[in-house]
Ligand binder design. Structure first.
Ligand code: AMP
Ligand code: MG
Length: 324
């Protein structure tokens, strides 16, 4: 039986540390989504993450750190990387940086690449890592290819028979995964849009961010693990819907009804007030709720592409992609 412990309970931090020290994974709340965390320096612990998720081993994990010193022990920061960390950490920005020879992040967590993806989360997750004293590898706490969890109950529903401990920190504040940036030769490339809008990063560093997928003609992003089909509900997703079809579950944006909604199985709204932050925070929960109606199709209204809308549309496109 999976234990669910509120992070506000006094014994929760110690209970989590005990499980992590045994080399087992613990599901933890972060500001983005719930993560399945384990010691990023321990190959057996990392293996237990891949096994619980059923995740392909060529898809590397993000190493979460408590402070910049912990990150510096494992990867090399260029002056630009320092500025980005200064501006956005703790927070939903992941930097892909060269591994140090003396670093201890295990190659299983980096899929044997010469780089590691690192991020400093906010709040309880950060406290836990500080107490543990080593980076935690933590992909989203869901079965591989499924919708990411934004509540402890989502995690328990998806992984409850495969892990022993879920820490409950309530709803995730941001609700989509981190923005991932690769830094090479003073250039910035977007590997995944996420919780920090690209515009905010460009403004902070006064540089344009390259989008490799778009520049090479709109094809899929060529980075390990950037799998096209992801976040997949059971129902087929129909994007940019302007009218409802009978029996569909409808996910609106901005409070605007779709034509024919009265024939729909259910109607929900990502953000009646057109707030992209609210929409991001609701996205995965509403996809799960729409799926749970048993509707054969989910129709999603258009969502603007600026700010957090880029991450929202990225997740929707992958949720709608053909399955392998
Ligand atoms: P997830 O853990 O599911 O949020 O996904 C993390 C993503 O980070 C993976 O899908 C990888 O594509 C990306 N990633 C992790 N490490 C690296 C790396 N060293 N180089 C490029 N991308 C990476
Ligand atoms: Mg994931």
């Amino acid at each position: 039986m999976v234990r669910i412990l509120p992070i506000s309970d006094p014994g929760t931090l110690d209970a989590a540390i005990e499980v992590l020290r045994r080399g087992e994974p613990v599901a933890i709340p972060t500001e983005t989504v719930y993560g399945l965390a384990a010691d990023a320096t321990d190959p057996a612990a990392i293996t237990s993450i891949y096994e619980a998720k059923g995740r392909p081993r060529f898809n590397p994990l993000i190493a979460h750190v408590a402070n910049i010193e912990m990150a510096r022990a494992h990867v090399t920061f260029s002056p630009l990387a320092e500025r980005l960390a200064e501006a956005f950490w703790p927070g939903p920005l992941t930097l892909v940086l060269p591994l140090k020879e003396t670093g201890k992040i295990h190659p299983l967590a980096t899929a044997g690449l010469g780089t590691a993806a690192v991020r400093m989360p906010e709040g309880f997750a950060r406290e836990l890592i500080a107490e543990f004293g080593r980076p935690l590898a933590a992909p989203s706490a869901n079965r591989s290819g499924r919708i990411s969890p934004t509540t402890a109950q989502h995690v328990a529903d998806d992984l409850g028979d495969r892990i022993s401990l879920v820490l409950d920190g309530g709803n995730c504040r941001i609700g989509v995964e981190s923005t991932i940036l690769a830094l090479n030769d003073g250039r910035l490339r977007l590997l995944r849009p996420g919780g920090v809008p690209v515009e905010a990063i460009e403004e902070a560093v006064g540089m344009a961010i390259e989008r490799p997928g778009k520049q090479s003609g709109g094809g899929p992003v060529i980075a390990p693990g950037m799998l096209a089909s992801h976040y997949a509900p059971d129902a087929q997703l129909r994007l940019n819907a302007t009218e409802a079809r009978p029996g569909e579950a409808i996910i609106r944006f901005g409070g605007t009804p779709l034509a024919g909604e009265d024939q729909a199985k259910s109607v929900m709204d990502l953000s009646p007030s057109c707030d992209l932050r609210e929409a991001a925070a609701n996205l995965f929960d509403l996809l799960k709720r729409a799926d749970a109606t048993g509707a054969t199709g989910i129709a999603v209204a258009p969502v603007p592409g600026h700010g957090l809308g880029e991450a929202i549309n990225d997740r929707l496109n992958r949720a709608a992609a053909p399955r392998n």
